[in-house]
Write a protein that binds this ligand. Structure first.
Ligand SMILES: [Mn+2]
Length: 250
């Protein structure tokens, strides 16, 4: 089980920014938001910070430099930035992130929020009916692929990123909505693994806040899991605030 972060003092969660670093100004708006952020102990990006990230070569892009220096400035003001990997930024590795005040969590982050344990995941792993995607997910996150990504020069990394993005858009367009969506049963079982009462994810880009019922062992009352999906960045309900008192959609 992963380490647990204490939400006392406050923690902000956002997801699915999909920043386009190939545009020189692709990070400007978010950088301005970071610079204007009131002091908070933790800022968690719940995956898909950028639209594509193939490896450290991406950091050479001007927009990436802007983004990473915004994280460093946040660090100087006492805000720790976290990234839970999404399906677009999983090649942004821990050692690289650590140089820029970006603490990378490849699978999930568990937050202690008063009496509740809140599980933060991107949500793509819970699209359990999309077998093709889950196979691809295992391959692209394998050690050889991650090793290769670390050494790719930018002139190879950029076309690779474009092709991956195009393939992903086409694959998604070809699938039925129910086959590519996050499965509530998978959310419930992930919550149980981490003894969490609340699961927050992104990925679907559409806000929801509902109670899921867990299958209880015989003779025991069923428990519920609160499942929150954040809007993509820029949406009406895209920022979540957690502290020792609970969870609030900002
Ligand atoms: Mn995603």
């Amino acid at each position: 089980m992963s380490s647990t972060l204490d939400a006392t003092g406050g923690l902000l969660v956002i997801a699915d920014l999909h920043l386009d670093l190939s545009q020189a100004r692709g990070a400007d708006e978010f950088v301005a938001w970071c610079d204007a952020l009131r002091p908070v102990r933790h800022l968690v990006v719940l995956g898909d910070l950028v639209d594509a990230w193939v490896g450290p070569a991406h950091a050479q892009l001007p927009a990436a430099q802007q983004l990473l220096s915004a994280f460093t400035r946040l660090g100087a003001r006492g805000t720790r930035v976290h990234l839970v990997h999404g399906n677009r930024d999983f090649l942004l590795d821990e050692a690289f992130g650590a140089q820029h005040n970006l603490l990378v969590h490849p699978e999930q982050l568990v937050v202690q929020c008063g009496a509740n344990r809140v599980l933060l995941v991107h949500g793509d792993l819970e699209c359990t009916r999309d077998h093709g995607y889950q196979r691809l997910r295992r391959v692209v996150r394998s050690r050889p692929v991650r090793g290769l990504a670390r050494v790719l020069p930018l002139w190879i990394a950029l076309p690779v990123a474009r092709r991956l993005r195009r393939a992903s858009v086409q694959a998604i367009a070809a699938k039925l909505p129910e086959d590519k969506s996050i499965q509530p049963a998978a959310i419930v079982s992930r919550a149980q693994v981490h003894a969490a009462q609340v699961v927050v994810c992104g990925h679907a880009h559409a806000f929801r806040d509902e109670l899921l019922t867990t299958a209880a062992p015989t003779g025991q009352p069923a428990e519920t899991v609160r499942w929150i999906v954040l809007d993509a960045w820029g949406g009406a309900r895209a920022v979540l605030w957690l502290d020792e008192h609970g969870v609030a959609v900002a």
